[in-house]
Design a protein around this ligand. Structure first.
Ligand code: PHE
Length: 493
């Protein structure tokens, strides 16, 4: 028996059982092994049975036991028996004297019992047709009660039924008893294998540091067995994913930026050199606000954007030409991308090289479907430093996705009004390339008016898209419908 792995209680029990031929009850196991916990006895018996060393016999029985009111009836007599004695003894057993001699709580049900026994009311008097039969039946009931507990098979079914219908006279319950008998395989185990030893079931740093593990025995665990999945409170998968993304960027030396989502068209678009007649500005994409309908902007910013948009300002660009509208700039909106926040961060800190990221909510007028929501999140970031390059940008994104568990990343040329060159980032998932976001190096039209001297690598990725990959979803809405079964079954990220 090379694979023999017995717990100490199993060893003790088997050593006691070897050479015997009787069925061992739990009680016998407890006293032979000097245990007082039934669970240990049953666990050891079951464990030995699982390994084929003993045979376990499970016997389920239905037992009829005396109930609380039954015990009282045995002491004071059944209600029908007391009533019957009173009828036999009294000279005038009438309904009215009955209610004088018995409590109301007994008189009422008592009449019912007597009637069923064949006692009738004739002109107010209680009269039995066949007094001997009444006597006999009452006797049988008392005898039955005093004979309990009994197996249900040994009871008169009619008696059980009628007593069961009365409150707590008897109790019918299911019991399971186990007995064990040693098998030939159990007898064949060498007694040296049944010596109880210290068994290590948990590996701790202390244990590994000491030398004591060398001669110790290790508890075996069968990891293929089914087990219950523990249910406990945990973060929503989206929140857990956001936390993971945060820790990856923090670990890569980035600082987190958190900012408002009520913004101006000026910062959301003009500062990013998105032409004022760009289709993405139209009502179908952007949620413009009624309140605040317009937000004041600094004159210096409005002037800078006006000159860059109309003629390129000092950047060497020709701009978009046409006329720039300050009113359009001041419009209040819900940010359509988190780039609105990184650009303001650069405007506030134009000369300090930085690595900044954000994971935050954005809004677009999208019809809700399998892959679109009007509110979603972007994973945004910038690297501003001397000599920042496209290679550095791609490398950073590859590192991020590799840390998320997606080592295959590729980039393709793309277009954004505010970056040059511009990239689309794709990640390989189940053999397919999936587009996760955009990136690029901010154009001089964006950075120069703000006084930024170094190149700025920038990106904006979809978080829900990534969540769909991580959680294996094919419908983005699953993330937000609070389906408890689904939430319970989600892995801890
Ligand atoms: N803001 C772009 C979007 O919403 C993504 C992007 C960010 C692209 C930064 C380039 C640079 O899709």
């Amino acid at each position: 028996m090379e694979n023999l792995s017995l717990t100490n209680p199993e060893r003790r029990l088997l050593s006691k059982m070897q050479g015997t031929s009787n069925h061992w009850t739990v009680q016998e196991v407890l006293s032979a092994c000097e245990w007082n916990d039934q669970a240990i006895a049953v666990g050891a018996g079951e464990g030995l049975a699982n390994q084929g060393l003993v045979e376990q016999i499970i016997d389920s029985k239905t037992i009829v036991q005396i109930g609380k009111n039954g015990i009282e009836a045995l002491e004071n007599g059944l209600l029908e028996s007391r009533l019957w004695s009173w009828i036999c003894e009294s000279k005038e057993a009438t309904m009215s004297s009955l209610s004088q001699n018995f409590e109301r709580s007994e008189a009422g049900p008592g009449i019912g019992l007597l009637k069923k026994l064949g006692v009738s009311i004739q002109g107010g008097a209680l009269v039995a047709q066949d007094p001997d039969a009444v006597e006999k039946e009452i006797q049988a009931r008392s005898e039955f009660l005093s004979s309990l507990p009994k197996n249900i098979e040994d009871c008169d079914p009619g008696m059980v039924d009628s007593m069961k219908s009365r409150k707590e006279l008897i109790e019918v319950s299911e019991t399971t008893s186990r007995t064990w008998i040693v098998a030939a395989e159990g007898n064949a185990i060498d007694s040296s294998l049944l010596v109880e030893k210290e068994i290590i079931s948990e590996i701790t740093p202390e244990l590994l540091q000491s030398d004591s593990w060398r001669d110790a025995e290790f508890r075996r665990f069968d990891v293929t067995l089914d087990s219950a999945i523990p249910k406990r409170g945990k973060s929503h998968p989206m929140q857990a994913l956001i936390e993971r993304i945060r820790s990856i960027f923090l670990e890569m030396g980035f600082s987190e930026l958190v900012d408002d989502y009520v913004q101006t068209a000026g910062w959301n678009m003009d500062a990013l050199f998105i032409p004022q007649d760009h289709p993405a500005r139209e009502m179908q994409d952007t949620f413009y606000l009624d309140n605040p309908k317009s937000i004041d902007l600094k004159k210096e910013h409005l002037e800078l954007w006006k000159s860059v948009h109309e003629s390129g300002g000092d950047t060497g660009s020709t701009g978009w030409q046409g006329t720039f509208s300050e009113d359009i700039s001041k419009k209040g909106l819900l940010r359509t991308h988190t780039t609105v926040n990184t650009i303001q961060y650069l405007a506030d800190n134009p000369d300090k090289p930085c690595r900044v990221f954000s994971v935050d909510r954005v809004f677009r007028k999208e019809a809700i479907d399998r892959t679109h929501l009007p509110e979603f999140h972007q994973i945004e970031g910038i690297i501003m430093e001397e000599g920042a390059t496209l290679a550095m940008l791609v490398d950073t994104l590859k590192t991020f996705y590799a840390k998320m568990g997606y080592p295959e990343v590729r980039v393709r040329p793309a277009y954004f009004p505010y970056t040059e060159p511009s990239l689309e980032v794709e990640v390989k998932w189940r053999g397919k390339w999936l587009e996760l976001g955009g990136a690029g190096i901010f154009r001089p039209e964006v950075t120069e008016p703000l006084g930024v001297k170094h190149p700025v690598c920038a990106w904006g990725m979809g978080l829900e898209r990534l969540a769909m990959l991580v959680l294996g979803l094919d419908d983005i809405r699953q993330l937000y419908i609070s389906d408890l079964d689904w939430l319970n079954s989600q892995p801890i990220l």
